[in-house]
Design a protein around this ligand. Structure first.
Ligand code: GTQ
Length: 347
C-alpha cells in the first residue's frame, strides 16, 4: 500500500474510477508480479518428530480413523498458516492409523505419496491391490484410483502424506468421491504391480493407462541397496552425496506427474556444497542425524524429522555421520513447463 499512498491524487482518482469496472493499473504492481528471482512467503521450517509425536498419538484418542476419514495432522508452513500448504504447491501431513482401524475407500484427482515414518505391517490398497508398509517405503496413490488404508498390525502406523492439493486447487480441478464400501475389493495379489512392472520387463502389448508409474510401491530395502552400491562405486556428488530419483520404469519419467521424489545418502563428515533450486522441497530424515543450513537458519534434524527448504534458498547439509534423506518437490511440473532452475556453488 505504501506505493499506492505515494501516487498523486490525480492517479488515485483515476484508479478509483477504473476500479468500478474491475480494472487495476499494472504499473503499480508489476515489480511484485514479475520478480527478478523467486520471492516467496514460504519459510524454512522443521517438525521434530519427538516433539509432535505425542500430539499425533493424542489425535488417536480424539477421533477414530473411520470418523476422520483421514486422521492427519497437516504440516503447515509457518509462512502459510491457514492454507493447508507446506509449500505453495504442496501439501504434507502425518497420518496415524491405529491397530484394527480402517481409513475408508475414496478417490480424488489429487496425487498422493505416502512415505512410511513409523511402524510396520499396515497396508494401503490401491486399485484392487494391497501393499504392506515398512519404514522408509515410498508408496503412490495415482489420481482417481480407489484407495483405503488399514492397520492389521499391533502397533501404531504413521506415514507422511504428500499431495499436490495446492496445484489442483490453483487449477480448480478437484474431483472426489467416496466408495460404496469402506474397503475396496481386492482383485490382485500383493506384489502384483512391482513384479509385473518393476523387473525391467513389461507385458508385451502394455500401454500406459495413466501418467503415473504402474509400480506404486518402492520398498526402502531396494532403494537403500542402490544407494549403498553407489557409495561403494562412485564418488559422492558435492551438493547431493549419492542421490537418486524415483522413476516410472515404463517411461523413465518421474514416478508421479506432479511430484518428484528423491532419496539421498549423505557421506559423514563434511558439509555438502551449497545448492539452490526453484523447487521448494520437503525433506524427511530416514537415517542418521545432522544439521542443515537453509538460508540463514540452521536446523538440527534426526531420523523422522521433516523440514522444508523454500524455493531458491541455498541449502547445505552436514550430517554427523552417514545419513539418508527422502525428499519431494514440484520439480516435474517446473521441468515440464520449462521453469526449473538450479544453481551449484563452489564445487
Ligand atoms: O489418504 O487420501 O493427508 O485424501 C489428505 C487428503 C491424505 C488420503 C491426506 C487425502 C489423503
Amino acid at each position: 500500500m505504501k506505493a499506492a499512498e505515494a501516487v498523486s491524487s490525480e492517479r488515485r482518482a483515476y484508479y478509483d474510477r477504473i476500479d468500478a469496472y474491475n480494472m487495476a493499473p499494472l504499473w503499480e504492481v508489476l515489480h511484485a508480479l514479475v520478480t527478478p528471482e523467486p520471492v516467496s512467503p514460504v519459510r524454512p521450517a522443521i517438525w521434530h518428530y519427538d516433539e509432535i509425536r505425542p500430539y499425533l498419538m493424542e489425535s488417536g484418542r480424539i477421533i477414530s480413523a473411520r470418523e476422520a476419514v483421514r486422521r492427519v495432522l497437516i504440516l503447515e508452513n509457518p509462512g502459510l498458516r491457514g492454507t493447508s500448504q507446506v509449500t505453495r504447491s504442496l501439501y504434507a501431513g502425518l497420518q496415524l492409523i491405529l491397530p484394527g482401524e480402517i481409513a475408508p475407500s475414496h478417490r480424488h484427482t489429487q496425487s498422493a505419496l505416502r512415505f512410511v515414518v513409523e511402524g510396520e505391517g499396515a497396508y494401503t490398497a490401491v486399485d484392487g491391490e494391497r501393499t504392506t508398509m515398512h519404514e522408509g517405503d515410498f508408496i503412490i496413490t495415482p489420481p482417481w484410483t480407489w484407495h483405503d488404508h488399514g492397520n492389521e498390525s499391533d502397533g501404531p502406523m504413521v506415514w507422511l502424506d504428500g499431495l499436490d492439493i495446492p496445484i489442483v486447487q490453483m487449477l480448480d480441478a478437484s474431483f472426489a468421491e467416496n466408495g460404496n464400501a469402506e474397503q475396496q475389493m481386492i482383485t490382485r495379489p500383493e506384489g502384483d504391480s512391482p513384479t509385473r512392472y518393476g523387473h525391467g520387463v513389461l507385458p508385451v502389448d502394455w500401454k500406459p493407462g495413466s501418467k503415473t508409474s504402474p509400480v506404486f510401491s518402492y520398498p526402502y530395502a531396494r532403494t537403500r541397496e542402490t544407494l549403498e552400491h553407489l557409495r561403494k562405486t562412485d564418488a559422492p556428488d558435492p551438493c547431493h552425496g549419492w542421490k537418486v530419483r524415483y522413476i516410472n520404469p515404463a517411461t523413465g519419467d518421474w514416478a508421479m506427474p506432479t511430484m518428484g521424489t528423491f532419496m539421498q545418502l549423505l557421506p559423514g563428515g563434511a558439509a555438502t556444497a551449497p545448492y539452490r533450486s526453484s523447487d521448494a522441497t520437503v525433506f524427511v530424515a530416514v537415517e542418521g542425524e545432522g544439521d542443515s543450513r537453509i538460508g540463514d537458519i540452521v536446523f538440527a534434524w534426526k531420523k523422522r524429522d521433516v523440514f522444508v527448504v523454500p524455493s531458491w534458498t541455498t541449502v547445505t547439509h552436514q550430517p554427523k555421520s552417514e545419513a539418508v534423506l527422502f525428499s519431494f518437490s514440484d520439480r516435474p511440473v517446473q521441468e515440464k513447463l520449462g521453469l526449473f532452475r538450479e544453481e551449484r556453488f563452489g564445487k
